[in-house]
Design a protein around this ligand. Structure first.
Ligand code: HEM
Length: 217
């Protein structure tokens, strides 16, 4: 589903699914109904995979959420040692003592990369806590795991396998919606009051989904 060959062959299918997304937004716009942005984006991508087409999106999302949370628990191997030999868990297992600056990382340690902290490192990012997407425009960073300042898909052997699909879909879905509609937050919420709380876990989705009422441009 995400190999470059299948992706090239399925471009027409992706265009069709984005069109369905826009049709759905149009329907919500006419009825003044809010849509859950994360859910419609997830459904659009999910519908590209025919085997799952009978699944209810919420159910599948819930299953994926539970699996990723379980796999992300670093002590799973302590309970099921056999897994250690079969599965490459998140992180890097150090196979010999490593000296890093003044520290010794002992053999056998599990090293986890703190992507959250990298993204908020004020020695690299100016005003790291401010939402400023334009900060990325002038930087020539490769998000495909090459430049560690910005690794939204992870890096190395466990890099997100959905990256080629995500890079093709995210901009097209977002661009198509922004080019067709304005959006107001549900219940008249002011954007500055938007609840940005996260649910902590292997992935950190918004605690309260982003719900928007589309209206024609
Ligand atoms: C904007 C969209 C996406 C982002 C930002 C994203 C990000 C990530 C990140 C950060 C990881 C962890 C990588 C690591 O441990 O180094 C990951 C893993 C994964 N992603 Fe994605 N992802 C996206 C879309 C997708 C899509 C569309 C699919 C499937 C079609 C997918 C399937 C997976 C799977 C199966 C893993 C687990 C890989 C493993 O643990 O070996 N992702 N993703």
């Amino acid at each position: 589903m995400v190999s470059p060959n299948s992706l090239d062959a399925n471009q027409h299918l992706r265009s069709q699914k984005v069109k369905e997304l826009i049709d759905y937004c149009e329907k919500c716009s006419q009825q003044g109904e809010a849509l859950d942005v994360s859910q419609v984006a997830f459904k659009t991508i999910l519908n590209l995979a025919n085997p799952f087409s009978d699944w209810k999106v919420d159910e599948l999302k819930d299953v994926i959420w539970r699996i990723t949370n379980e796999v992300g628990k670093i002590n799973l191997v302590d309970f099921f040692p056999i897994l250690n030999e079969k599965i490459d868990f998140q992180g890097i297992r150090v196979d010999h003592d490593v000296k890093l600056f003044d520290y010794i990382i002992p053999k056998g340690s599990l090293v986890l990369v703190n992507v959250w902290a990298i993204g908020r490192d004020s020695t690299f990012w100016e005003e790291p806590l401010i939402f400023k997407p334009e900060r990325f425009q002038s930087l020539e960073l490769d998000v495909r795991g090459k430049d560690f300042e910005l690794i939204p898909f992870g890096a190395g052997r466990r890099i997100c396998p959905g990256l080629p699909l995500a890079l093709r879909m995210v901009q097209v879905m977002l661009g198509s919606m922004l080019n067709s509609f304005n959006g107001n937050l549900e219940a008249g919420i002011d954007p500055k009051d938007l609840d940005m709380d996260e649910n902590f876990g292997f992935i950190t989705p918004k605690a309260h989904p982003l719900r928007v009422i589309p209206s024609p441009l």
